[in-house]
Design a protein around this ligand. Sequence first.
Ligand code: ATP
Length: 336
Amino acid sequence: MYWRSIEGPLAQVSWSVRRVSQMLTDSERLLQLMLTKPTVTSSSDAPDIDVKAGEVEFDHVDFAYDPRRQTLKDVSFKVKPGQTIALVGETGGGKSTIIKLLYRYYDVAGGSIKIDGQDIRNVNLDSLRDSFGMVPQDPALFNVSLMENIKYARLDATDEEVIEACKAAAIHDKIETFPDKYKSTVGERGVKLSGGELQRVSIARAILKQPKIVLLDEATSMIDAETEALIQKAFTRLAAGRTTFIIAHRLSTIQHSDLIIVINDGKIIESGSHQELFRLGGKYVALWSKQLSREVEGVESILKDEIKGGEGGEGIAGGSEAKGDEGDKKGGGDDV
Ligand SMILES: Nc1ncnc2c1ncn2[C@@H]1O[C@H](COP(=O)(O)OP(=O)(O)OP(=O)(O)O)[C@@H](O)[C@H]1O
């Protein structure tokens, strides 16, 4: 059905357009963010936030990093408790900024953000941030054991709880393959984890924390189908019963979201379910066609390589198997 719906826009896509290189990787951006001096303050007598249900409302939010250029313009949406909202759109549209405002790295310039009816400017900042489970694109681990890395999310968790969280995050089996299992140290002298594994460790942390609100920044790199399925399974378990924000880079992963908002140049230009947006036949459909054409391009290049290899007599016969361990393949700026 989707193929039929996107046939028109897909045909319009120029197959000769090559992917532009990503200007900044998201890990660099995360680092930038960590190094950014916070611009918000929280008064010491501000009450802790009380997140019971997890309803999030953006009400006519305006924001600018630089007063000369508005970044978000009149952004309004409401996410009901337990719903999943996906933020999609061209790179630079403002998806991450929405998450940064919710996390209160910055304060809105106009309008308000409320969680369960409480304006996030009026609550204690630490309590606000503690109410989120954050899964960044490129999670950082400490040079300690995997067990300690995961327990960091909830220091009083038992080993069994950590293992349960890892099973739910589809990373337990992998950890069991390491000689020192959960005692394995991560980092230079320890085990190395691929991007897909790191993200699942980060999901395990978030599952252990059991927050009411989850913020997921999906990895941009193209990953193999098996890893994608594992991450998807982990995402689904983490999101169950929690209000979840996903910055989506692969549209296939957010089709079942309760609400998808398409952000372009700081404005919400479309919003609705996957089916509603497909019927609309606008920007969301154009993003799908762009993504699919890129995937076809990837397959074509694999096939070309194999044909070339075959002509040289050294090709691998049969199939275009993804090489190497799971994790990042053919990285690149795949924002949609
Ligand atoms: N710290 C910052 N200072 C100034 N401008 C910024 C800053 N962070 C982001 N911007 C700008 O704000 C706009 C929105 O950026 P944002 O990162 O929110 O977009 P995005 O949709 O998440 O993009 P991507 O898909 O590439 O992650 C962009 O024009 C970006 O260059």
